[in-house]
Design a binder for this molecule. Structure first.
Ligand SMILES: NC(=O)c1ccc[n+]([C@@H]2O[C@H](COP(=O)([O-])OP(=O)(O)OC[C@H]3O[C@@H](n4cnc5c(N)ncnc54)[C@H](OP(=O)(O)O)[C@@H]3O)[C@@H](O)[C@H]2O)c1
Length: 245
């Protein structure tokens, strides 16, 4: 499928993996809705980069996806600006250490809201536009650790496991017009406060003995959008074999 002129909404697209995914779609000629929450300067830089890569239309959209109505407002704003939405990439995420004995109900709610509830309701709000597109696609970014959780990141892992269920629910609810699939990255980029030694340990625990790259995640998203035309409800690991190591 050609991505030329398609309207792609990428959440959490101002930085890091989301930014790379957005620019990969831009390189294929897509129009980009660059969602951010707090990183407005970086988001504007992504828009400038899209324009210099392809000259395609791009704009920034602010939304707090922890708010119940955040997803709906975001979808409406994007559809108003671009006249529709063809592809939704749910990349925005909350990743906080929540050791078992210290985790609170508020930690649980925050992670579930951003990592599972928002992708569900964003897909719901985008669904009319995705259907109208005729080639609508949803791509979720989960994590290999949704299948083999870390106890100290329990709230994050539980929310990503919920996202894997959301992936299946959406695939069923939106078929046959819209395909819905999920990428499960392994270790890619260190989070704030994570040391190089920690990342090396994570990389060494993979079968391929190295960290992944944002580009590898972006290529998986392009594959799901462009080539995987008989896949829906699928989980694509991009984890160096970490899940089976
Ligand atoms: N990094 C890795 O090694 C790795 C490994 C496995 C899976 N993943 C998954 O890959 C995806 C991208 O990873 P990443 O490390 O690039 O993500 P990240 O830096 O942890 O977060 C991406 C963006 O999410 C946005 N966000 C957080 N809370 C939000 C809220 N309440 N409302 C709206 N947006 C919010 C932030 O936007 P602002 O900056 O604008 O506030 C942030 O820049 C995530 O789904 C992550 O779980 C990453």
């Amino acid at each position: 499928m050609s991505l030329q002129g398609k309207v792609v909404l990428v959440t959490g697209a101002a930085k890091r993996i989301g930014r790379t995914v957005a620019l990969a779609f831009a390189a294929k000629g897509a129009r980009l809705a660059v969602h951010y929450h707090t990183s407005v300067v970086d988001a504007r830089r992504v828009v400038d980069a899209v324009k210099s890569i392809s000259g395609a239309q791009a704009d920034v959209f602010r939304a707090n996806l922890a708010e119940a109505r955040g997803p709906e407002k975001l979808a409406d704003a994007v559809a108003r600006r671009f006249g529709g939405i063809d592809i939704l990439v749910n990349s925005a995420s909350l990743y906080e250490k929540t050791p078992f004995a210290l985790a609170t109900p508020e930690d649980w709610d925050r992670h579930m809201a951003v990592n599972a509830r928002a992708p569900f309701f964003l897909a719901q709000a985008c669904a009319p536009y995705l259907r109208r597109s005729g080639e609508g696609i949803v791509i979720n970014i989960a994590d290999w650790s949704a299948h083999r959780p870390y106890a100290d990141w329990g709230m994050y892992c539980a929310s990503k496991a919920a996202l894997l269920c959301v992936n299946k629910i959406l695939a069923r609810a939106l078929a046959p017009e819209i395909r819905v699939n999920t990428v499960l990255p392994g270790p890619v980029l260190a989070a704030e406060g994570e040391t190089e030694a920690h990342m090396k340990k994570m990389a060494d625990a993979t079968l391929l003995k190295r960290s992944g790259t944002p580009e590898a995640v972006a290529r998986a998203c392009l594959y799901l959008a462009q080539a995987a035309d008989y896949s829906t409800g699928a989980e694509l690991t991009v984890d160096g074999g970490r899940l089976i190591a």
